[in-house]
Design a protein around this ligand. Structure first.
Ligand SMILES: C[S@@+](CC[C@H](N)C(=O)[O-])C[C@H]1O[C@@H](n2cnc3c(N)ncnc32)[C@H](O)[C@@H]1O
Ligand code: SF4
Length: 372
């Protein structure tokens, strides 16, 4: 057992070195409308679209961090980073300061100019993907053109080849759902054709009622079958593959459990990782509004990072008394694959559970042996 004295507690709560990794949101706008987009639910609903982090503010933010420790910025956020009008100078600032960039993008604005800028110092680019066919792709990523996204990816991989650059590693990121799961093996083939290094899949998190039936929680056998096919192909084509765990027969509709494990015991945010939204700092996905001024342009990041709110949160977690919100941590990396609560936002979970029960009683589910 590790014994913490007051001095240790002080260091671990109030004098925490700056994070090595920052997620920075460059805008609240997007140029397309994906059917499942979680981001659009927050910014479009609250009429928050149209905000951009300008390059001067980006520099102010970086100067407020511990630049000796900061190694990587992840440019993803809830919208489309490449829409930021200052994206070119922002990428240049990162390059000049030896800060590695990770980018998650819809790929529509990945012009040759941006691709050239990414060469050599962007470690990974993740292109969010729909299906392997134009029809499925465009039915999910509405407003994006399948051929254009593929062409942009091909241009980036050709540029890498012609300049002998290993980086960025290019990943396709499909969101797994009923309408696209059969196309996963073909996405692996496409990734190879386009010169990508990997495919990273995540399950759909349903945040609107019309998508409830798209959740693979209701199509478990089918999901497992295509995950397996994809694994075989990825091995054959030497494509890295990240997939969710397979469904097993232990599925649960226990709403009380809600799919959350004790994630707070391994919280990756309060000590190592921070999310900087255009609006201000978000300590993690669960905390949108804190009772402190988290504006990262007005305040030095390091002053926020070790303020009383952070210190108190760290103290509660270290002493085994997490606040209620941490007990139901929403970090997708720790969710239980077999629990229905992992696939729906709290708002739509009761509806999804009711649907699951209908399937069970009417024996409509082909996946009965795996359903709850
Ligand atoms: C909100 S987007 C922002 C970055 C960029 N616009 C893009 O699409 O890649 C970040 C990631 O979240 C994923 N995403 C959006 N809505 C989701 C949902 N309901 N369930 C699972 N992943 C989702 C997107 O596919 C994307 O990979
Ligand atoms: S491209 Fe990204 S931010 Fe835009 S709607 Fe799609 S998932 Fe949301």
């Amino acid at each position: 057992m590790i014994y913490f004295n007051n001095n240790h507690i002080n260091i671990l709560t109030k004098h925490v070195p700056g994070p090595e990794r920052l997620n920075i949101e460059l805008t609240t706008s997007c140029n397309i409308k994906c059917i499942m987009c979680r981001g659009k639910n927050s910014y479009v609903k609250d009429n928050n679209a149209g905000k951009f982090l300008r390059v001067e503010d980006f520099v102010t933010v970086l100067n407020g961090t511990d630049l000796n420790r900061l190694k990587l910025v992840n440019l993803a956020g809830n919208a489309e980073s490449l829409l930021n009008p200052d994206i070119v100078p922002i990428l240049n600032v990162c390059r000049e300061n030896n800060i590695i960039v990770e980018l998650i993008t819809n790929g529509t604005l990945l012009t040759p100019q941006i691709s050239k800028l990414l060469l050599g110092f962007c470690s990974e680019i993740h292109i969010s993907f729909g299906g392997s066919t134009k029809q499925t792709f465009e039915s999910i990523r509405q407003g994006a053109e399948f051929e254009l996204v593929c062409e942009n990816i091909r241009t980036l991989s050709d540029l890498k080849k012609s300049t002998n650059n290993q980086y960025p590693h290019i990943w396709l990121n499909p969101i797994l759902m009923k309408r696209s799961i059969q196309e996963l093996p073909d996405i692996i083939k496409l990734a190879m054709d386009l010169g990508c290094q990997g495919v990273a899949c995540s399950h759909l998190i349903v945040s609107s009622p019309e998508l409830i039936e798209e959740s693979l929680y209701f199509h478990k056998t089918e999901c497992n079958t295509f995950l397996q096919k994809a694994e075989v192909l990825a091995k054959e084509y030497d494509i890295k593959l990240i997939i969710p765990r397979y469904f097993t027969a232990e599925s649960s509709c226990d709403e009380g459990n809600n799919g959350h494990k004790e994630a707070w015991k391994n919280c990756r945010f309060l000590w190592n990782h921070a999310i900087l939204g255009v609006e201000g700092i978000e300590p993690c996905g669960s905390y949108k509004n804190m009772d402190f001024d988290g504006n990262i342009v007005r305040n030095r990041f390091m002053d926020i990072w070790n303020n009383d709110w952070y210190a108190n949160m760290r103290y509660m977690l270290l002493t085994g008394n997490p606040p209620d919100i941490c007990k139901v941590c929403k970090d997708p990396s720790v969710k239980d694959v077999n629990n229905i609560g992992s696939y729906f936002t709290d708002e739509f979970l009761p509806e999804a559970i009711a649907y699951a029960q209908t399937l069970e009683t009417t024996h409509l589910s082909k996946d009965l042996e795996l359903s709850c």
